[in-house]
Write a protein that binds this ligand. Structure first.
Ligand code: NI
Length: 226
């Protein structure tokens, strides 16, 4: 499932993140790439342990925490500390699949990457190129979202970032391990949760809503690895 989450960041949070990134020093993005990705990755990345990354990361994690849509779609078990990257002057990231397992250098914590996420931080009109292109069984999807919007997609997907030919593309990327490993099961739970939400809005806590909520939790209990 490929899902856009609009306005994850408030305008105020977005400007704080941008101000932090503008004042920061950047490093070569290949520092966190695996062998195959290092050959195709051409971008700049904020050093993971620097103050700038820490403060921008806290803002993003806070925004994820309060997003009911993100929680429902991702059912996050562990979230890798978000990274920040920058593409300009023809920089690109060629086709690759994200590493299956990521180890956080500072803490040694490990997670399986079930979902990949990109949070767009630059206004789409301010740069040319830089589309995130994600291949799935339905074909190639081109994603270039307004600043502050997030896209979530299965980490099993082949994807790339097209060359940035004008301006600067700023983004935050991260991976997460989900309570529900299988994309198809997670997608069913997401659809069921949304349908229950609509029914609850229309009819309140009626008996069928209570029953469906029970079914949601009993499916989650079957499929979750907590
Ligand atoms: Ni990637």
């Amino acid at each position: 499932m490929l899902l856009a989450i609009p306005d994850l960041l408030s305008p105020e949070e977005l400007s704080r993140v941008r101000a932090t990134l503008e004042a920061a020093d950047w490093a070569d993005g290949r520092l966190t790439a695996g062998t195959q990705s290092a050959a195709v990755k051409h971008n700049l990345q904020l050093p993971e342990d620097g103050q700038a990354a820490r403060s921008a990361r806290a803002i993003v994690l806070g925004a994820l925490d309060r997003s009911a849509l993100f929680f429902s779609a991702a059912l996050p078990r562990r979230v890798f500390p978000p990274l920040f990257n920058r593409y300009e002057g023809g920089m690109r990231f060629g086709n690759h699949v994200d590493n299956a397992i990521r180890t956080h250098a500072a803490s040694g914590a490990r997670l399986r990457t079930d979902l990949s996420a990109t949070l767009f931080l630059a206004d789409p009109e301010s740069y040319d190129g830089g589309e995130l292109v994600i291949d799935d069984t339905y074909g190639a999807h081109t994603v270039k979202l307004p600043a502050g919007h997030l896209v979530l997609y299965p980490s099993t997907s082949l994807h790339r970032v097209e060359p940035v030919t004008r301006g600067t593309r700023l983004a935050c990327v991260f991976w997460l391990e989900s309570l529900v490993r299988e994309d198809a099961q997670r997608a069913l739970l997401f659809d069921l949760d949304a349908a229950i939400g609509s029914l609850r809005q229309a009819h309140g806590e009626s008996a069928p809503v209570v029953s469906l909520t029970g079914i949601y939790h009993n499916l989650l209990r079957r499929w979750a690895q907590a």
